[in-house]
Ligand binder design. Structure first.
Ligand code: ADP
Ligand code: MG
Length: 234
């Protein structure tokens, strides 16, 4: 079953001056449970595409369905609600809150986004910290953790609301190769266990091989599409 479909999706940025055509009509489909990657050089439109899928921005033209919802027509409030219930985000620079512990960073979306009562939060947080192998570091703040550990906490934070889709924009860009591979394997394991759909962008050739579905974009258009299957195929 398809979770995300884009048809001729376009994005033009207008910040005064010359308009920038970041996406020039991309079409794609990503199935539920996919481990999919958007690959391309810097400036090719990867972040733009993830931001549109994540309802952080709107397409200028074309059709974009995420979880059967036409995300192009959502207003700000509905977009925020949609993100809070369906989507988890992982960023290149981890984006953890510096003054909060690992535990509190994972707790944050449950309080702010989903308003989960205190009694129910603890179990969910502990479960996720365990899943990413960070239970024994949960009292530490981000500056006391390595890059790989920070990204593990960020993965737990992205998953704690049980989103069906996780979007990760160059999640391994600030990590060494060994740590990057570990993060990719962790994400894939979580996909296997929870059937969470993962879409990640990268321009690191060494981790591209981990993707089962691959869209290579260049200069705002899809150049190649590869589908190696995975759950839901065959
Ligand atoms: P990537 O993530 O692959 O590096 P981006 O999606 O960030 O690519 O950018 C694609 C193109 O759109 C680039 O030419 C970039 O300069 C431009 N761009 C991205 N965001 C904006 C913005 N907010 N305003 C104007 N141009 C932008
Ligand atoms: Mg980018």
């Amino acid at each position: 079953m398809e979770l995300i479909t884009g048809e001729d999706v376009r994005k033009v940025y207008h910040n005064g001056g010359v308009p920038v055509e970041a996406l020039k009509g991309v079409s794609f489909s990503i199935e539920k449970g996919a481990f999919a990657s958007v690959v391309g050089p810097s400036g090719s439109g990867k972040t733009t595409l993830l931001n549109l899928i994540g309802c952080l921005d709107k397409p200028s033209a074309g059709k974009l369905l995420v979880a059967a919802t036409d995300v192009a027509v959502l207003d700000r409030r509905d977009a925020a609600l949609f993100r809070g219930t369906h989507i988890g985000f992982i960023f290149q620079s981890f984006n953890l809150i510096p003054i909060l512990t690992a535990y509190e960073n994972v707790e944050y979306p449950l309080i702010v986004v989903q308003n989960v009562p205190g009694s129910r939060r603890r179990e969910q947080i502990e479960e996720l910290l365990e899943a990413v192998g960070m239970s024994d570091q949960k009292g530490k703040r981000p500056d006391q953790l390595s890059g790989g550990q920070k990204q593990r906490v960020a993965i737990a934070r992205a998953l704690v609301t049980h989103p069906q889709l996780v979007l990760a924009d160059e999640p391994t860009a600030n990590l060494d190769h060994e740590t990057a591979m570990g993060i990719l394997r962790l994400m894939k394991r979580i996909r296997d266990e929870r059937e969470t759909t993962f879409v990640f962008s990268t321009h690191d050739h060494r981790i591209i091989g981990e993707a089962e579905v691959l869209y290579r974009i260049e200069d705002g258009v899809v150049k190649t599409h590869k589908d190696n299957g995975g759950p839901g195929h065959g």
